[in-house]
Design a protein around this ligand. Structure first.
Ligand SMILES: [Zn+2]
Length: 347
């Protein structure tokens, strides 16, 4: 029997907060973390929109930070009381892929809320490969920085990965496709890497206003052909060196190819909801590079952390709603209805 609560998904539109078994150390590399903050990801909305109904709930959530409560015998470098953030996949951080900065391909890693591993939207989590997965944060449990530190779990490193794989530098012009939390994070990441011109394509004024605050120099609300035309007008007909595609739908990748300059790079970090990339002969003739993919957040956390601790960047500004655990079903609906940009959970 359990005493803790966690979020379970039973199917599309059916998320419940229920009592679940208390987490226990299963192997010596595990740790137990009490969750201080979690959040709902745009990618959680895919199962929320389409998962077939089932008679049992599955744990969900892959972004959290919390306090170490207990560590297994083989967990070095962490002790009870440490405040830690978890990236959105767990990894040993020692295998060959991890050493190459690709913890998402870890030979001994995996995903949250899969194969008997807990999800993050609950009161506590058993963390596998804890010494490699968790990053200690030099802050107190009540730090005002917690929202921005939680953004290190997924959304900000994902925007950063998009900008890094695209090769953003002070010399590159940038278009960001999408004004969701990842798109806005990509704006902030491109600005942090020195980009001086950042065109943000998005049509929700409250979101694009935050995008301007993060460093966007121009906003293009038009979509499709009209949006492509607008970006081309703004760039002397050429498009930008780099396009950061942060949506994952086919019209977005088509727009990305439409606004990238010849010889430029399109990076995609929106989980693709299309089976094929429309990279045809025309794209070939223009020497466009397609890059991006799932972000190895763990590889970036230590790099990004000092800027948050110093207050130079505030990626946590993407959280526009804060709820308790009991209200998580409402939080999912608010994100699905686009009335919330990104929902922060305080269990
Ligand atoms: Zn590994």
């Amino acid at each position: 029997m359990g005493t803790m609560k966690a979020t379970l998904i039973y199917g599309a539109g059916d998320v419940r907060v229920e009592t679940v078994p208390d987490p226990k150390l299963l192997v010596p590399t595990d740790a137990i973390v009490r969750v201080l903050r979690s959040c709902i990801c745009g990618s959680d909305l895919w199962p929320y929109g389409s998962k077939p109904a089932q008679d049992h709930g599955d744990r969900i959530g892959h972004e959290f930070l919390g306090v170490v409560e207990e560590t297994g015998a083989d967990v070095s470098g962490l002790k009870p009381g440490d405040v830690v953030v978890a990236p959105f996949v767990w990894a040993d951080n020692t295998c060959d892929f991890c050493r190459e900065g690709l913890q998402t391909s870890c030979r001994h890693g995996g995903q949250w809320a899969r194969d008997g591993v807990d999800g993050g939207q609950g009161e506590a989590v058993r963390v596998p490969q804890a010494a490699g997965t968790l990053v200690k944060l030099p802050v107190a449990e009540d730090s005002a920085l917690l929202p921005s530190l939680l953004a290190l779990s997924d959304v900000f490193p994902t925007g950063h990965h998009c900008a890094v794989t695209a090769g953003v530098t002070p010399r590159t012009t940038v278009t960001v496709v999408g004004d969701g939390a990842v798109g806005l994070s990509a704006v902030l990441a491109a600005k942090r890497l020195g980009a001086e011109r950042i065109i943000l394509m998005g049509r929700h004024t409250d979101r694009t206003d935050l995008g301007r605050g993060f460093g966007a120099t121009e906003v293009v609300p038009e979509r499709g052909e009209e949006g492509v035309e607008r970006v081309r007008e703004l760039t002397g007909g050429d498009g930008t060196h780099v396009v950061l595609e942060c949506v994952g739908l086919k019209p977005a990748i088509e727009t990305a190819f439409g606004v990238v300059r010849d010889g430029g790079t399109v990076s995609r970090v929106g989980a693709p909801q299309y089976p094929e990339v429309p990279a045809d002969f025309g794209v070939f003739m223009r020497n466009i590079t397609l890059t991006g993919g799932v972000a190895p957040a763990r590889a970036y956390i230590e790099d990004l952390l000092p800027d948050i601790l110093d207050g130079r960047i505030e990626p946590g500004r993407v959280f526009d709603h804060t709820i308790g655990l009991a209200d998580v079903p409402t939080g999912y609906q608010a994100m699905a209805d686009r009335t919330a940009l990104k929902v922060l959970i305080r269990p």
